[in-house]
Design a protein around this ligand. Structure first.
Ligand code: SAH
Length: 341
């Protein structure tokens, strides 16, 4: 039996057509699920009894289980348990422009980035679209808030689960449903070049962020094994192709790792690499974890790096630091939980 939150509106219309019911029932169901947020088919009072019974036979409507929650002033971190007992995380961040949810896309991750906690657990499986949709619904209900922005920066590599991720985006973008604007959704990738090319053909105005983290192949190979398959030249080429097709500004994420990638000369090299590309660089103070030896760059060093990019006409911001108290680095909550047990 499939979970109802896996269905795009179009697919649900198709379903009703196939059981000889009017297509608009799909819209009614969508409104019950996403506008009124009911949790059972019985609550869908404008749908007739036989149809409700049929829906119950064909679909599950189960929520995710909140296993653990850590709250700080501007951040709230969730550990969810899935039906098969696998665990994933989502992080809610309160910005001045709204509430942003960082959503997981896989159980574990195969990218093996040296600095990242998530990759300590290799990929167990992809998440279904409904498991991503429910991260949003559960957090909104639990905190009694509306989420205005979604970033696919939790556990997993979104482009290694491309179809489910794109389906998820369609579901949450649907005006009859959650109605999250495409421009408020950001997909972050470690650099799967063929998928970046595929994504460039997507007509929706979803944002793209690239986890670059290094100005050259020598450094990037050391911290991101994916770079051996898709080196920086190829990555930049695919970003240029994306820009040609979409004309949407790309974000490059750059984690500041002490003595690894944070020298002024690295900033100069990065400026050369990104010259003329419609982008901005988001400098991310590294979130240290007990299992990995990398250290975060000194504040001063981050500022020097920032200034160097600015001087070279690269748009740059320094990411606000969230959740030090709540182990907000990707994958930290899950791995701490496993250790406590
Ligand atoms: N796999 C995708 C999305 C998930 S990771 C990607 O690589 O983009 C989301 C972002 O968090 C990436 O930029 C990743 O490099 C970064 N990240 C991972 N561990 C981190 C840590 N400990 N501190 C700060 N950022 C981290």
């Amino acid at each position: 039996m499939e979970n109802i939150y896996n269905y795009r509106l179009e697919e649900l219309k198709e379903y009703f057509k196939n059981i000889n019911e009017k297509e608009f029932k799909a819209i009614q169901v969508y409104e019950w699920l996403y506008k009124k947020r009911v949790k059972s088919f019985d609550e869908m009072t404008n749908i007739k009894k036989e149809v409700i019974e049929k829906l119950k036979q064909d679909f599950k409507i189960e929520p995710l289980k909140i296993l653990k929650k850590q709250i700080d002033t501007d951040v709230c971190k969730y550990l969810f348990e899935l039906e098969d007992k696998n665990k994933i995380e989502a992080v809610l961040m309160k910005h001045d422009y709204g509430n942003s949810l960082c959503v997981s896309t896989q159980v574990g991750c195969n990218m093996s980035c040296a600095f990242c906690e998530s990759g300590r657990l290799k990929k167990v499986r992809n998440l279904s679209s409904y498991e991503m949709v429910l991260q949003i619904l559960e957090v909104e209900e639990d905190l009694n808030i509306r989420i205005s922005h979604v970033v696919l920066m939790g556990i997993g590599e979104p482009f290694d689960n491309y179809d489910n991720v794109m389906n998820f985006i369609d579901i949450i973008n649907e005006p009859k449903g959650i109605d999250l604007g495409a421009r408020h959704i950001t997909v972050s990738t470690s650099g799967l070049v063929p998928k970046i090319n595929e994504f460039a053909a997507n007509p929706k105005q979803v944002n793209l962020a690239i986890s670059l983290h290094a100005p050259n192949n020598e450094i990037r190979n050391k911290i991101m094994p994916i770079n051996k398959a898709y080196p920086i030249e190829k990555l930049i080429e695919s970003v240029k192709n994306y820009l040609n097709k979409t004309n949407r500004r790309v974000t490059f994420e750059y984690i500041m790792l002490k003595d690894i990638n944070d020298k002024v000369e690295n900033a100069i090299e990065l400026s050369r690499l990104l010259k003329g590309i419609n982008c901005y660089v988001n400098l991310i103070p590294y979130n240290e974890t007990s299992h990995i030896e990398y250290k975060k760059s000194e504040k001063e060093q981050i500022l020097k790096f920032y200034d160097t990019l600015k001087k070279n006409n690269i748009n740059v911001t320094i990411r606000k630091e969230f959740g030090k108290k709540v182990s907000a680095a990707c994958g930290q909550l899950r791995s701490n939980y496993e250790e406590e047990k």
